[in-house]
Design a protein around this ligand. Sequence first.
Ligand code: VG1
Ligand code: CO
Length: 541
Amino acid sequence: MQVTRVATQPIEGQKPGTSGLRKKTRVFMQAGYLENFVQSIWTGIGGVDGRVLVVGGDGRYFNDAAIQVILRMAAASGAAKVIVGQGGLLSTPAASNLIRKRGADGGVILSASHNPGGPEEDFGIKYNMANGGPAPEAVTDEIYAATQSIDHYLTLETPDIDLSTLGETRVGAMVVVVVDPVADYATLMEDLFDFNALRDLFASGYRIHFDAMHAITGPYAVDILENRLGAAKGSVKNAIPLPDFGGGHPDPNPVWAKELMAAMYGADAPDFGAASDGDGDRNMIVGKSCYVTPSDSLAVLAANAHRAPGYAGGLKGVARSMPTSCAVDRVAEASGMASYATPTGWKFFGNLLDAGLATLCGEESAGTGSDHVREKDGLWAVLMWLNILAVKRMSVANVMAEHWAEFGRTYYSRHDYEAIASQAANGLMDDLRAALPAIPGQQVAGLTVSAADDFSYTDPVDGSHAARQGIQISFEGGARVVLRLSGTGTEGATLRIYLERFDAHDFGQDPQVALAPVAAAIEALAGIKARSGRDAPDVIT
Ligand code: VG1
Ligand code: CO
């Protein structure tokens, strides 16, 4: 088969963000846009000649066409083998698992995660390394550099490859192996969790509501929760992945998972509710009238992981992204475990997991995971919770009450100002950054600033350094606020304000009420309303 060399030129703005390159789908569909980026991945990782890759995506609009492009380009550049999920589908954690399990050199994952999908919405692509984790910044920098000097890409002239049938085919000299997207992942879950205890739980009449949000987790959740564990048929809602996620935001939080919240706060609510995002790496946990914030969920899992067989030996350490609440640190401290704070984005956990410094990691944005793969893992978190509940035989609300009684409660909320003018957002951050050295000791809206910095991180394993990762302001008495700009949005700038306040005794407040003084303090310091032109956040989680 003929390799075609297509002349091209650099396209501006192909800089990977928090999790790969995300743009409007229409942008990705422009002639040469995807091709330029894929060829730049090959260049950035030192070529794919003779290599084995895993390729799959969350099934959103353009997933199928993009995979055909990638297969042709991998073959043209000499890849030996590509392992693809049937129908081009793979959840992000399942892709990470396949890379590790099959000894692949890396993988390409197509997703814009929690962003909506469709011709007018978002698409994304990222590269994962041989450890199964997102490429670190050193590699994404190489990829970005390649996008700025590219002058051609290589492809093959071939008809579309059939991805609907399991088994091996060839594209030129390259082998394409189409695998069941669920099987290997389900086996991994069986190794980690007590499936017999979970079967007993469901056999006792335990009811769950799992909202797959018309995204990739549907087939995984049906196979594992309903077929293998015996949850009632229909427990998994919106289980069929759709290219536009049914028109919704596949973002598992109380704002976008309305149907789930209504069920869990309604009459005759099931015992346990959960949801996952577009690519299956996020999770939301909710009990009867009891929403669990992701930061609290991480802390509860850290305190209880040893109840699941895969973690019976205890945890080596825990890690959270810097804006994630300090709740997990309190668990680590109580049990003498190391805890790490990293910049936002799962790529920063990879070294800690590889080096055995941490077993459990989490982010406030509904991402939790462990060293079983190198991505956050939505269904894993749900199974971990269920395994803990199967052992404790307690309601979610009682687990939370017990946890707070032992460790205290860290009230937490994130306020997002979406798609504001980039100039206004940058101005706000720049001015606040410049003011940081002068704020400690100041009284603002009744709170006293105890520390203020722009977070930077030196990786304890390879010494790599990441600066300007978010402004962090702490107040006397255990309150903290973090401000950063999103690296996954595709329109203007999204300003994220993360608020937390520790309370050792009073656990029953509404988080927005408990956090109002912290919100007032940051408004006084940063002038968010005036700068953003908004009276209130667009999304509060
Ligand atoms: C957001 C979250 C971050 C997460 C990232 C990818 O990034 O805040 O915690 O790792 O999305 O999540 P940002 O830069 O927009 O704040 V997703 O589920 O790709 O999978
Ligand atoms: Co995701």
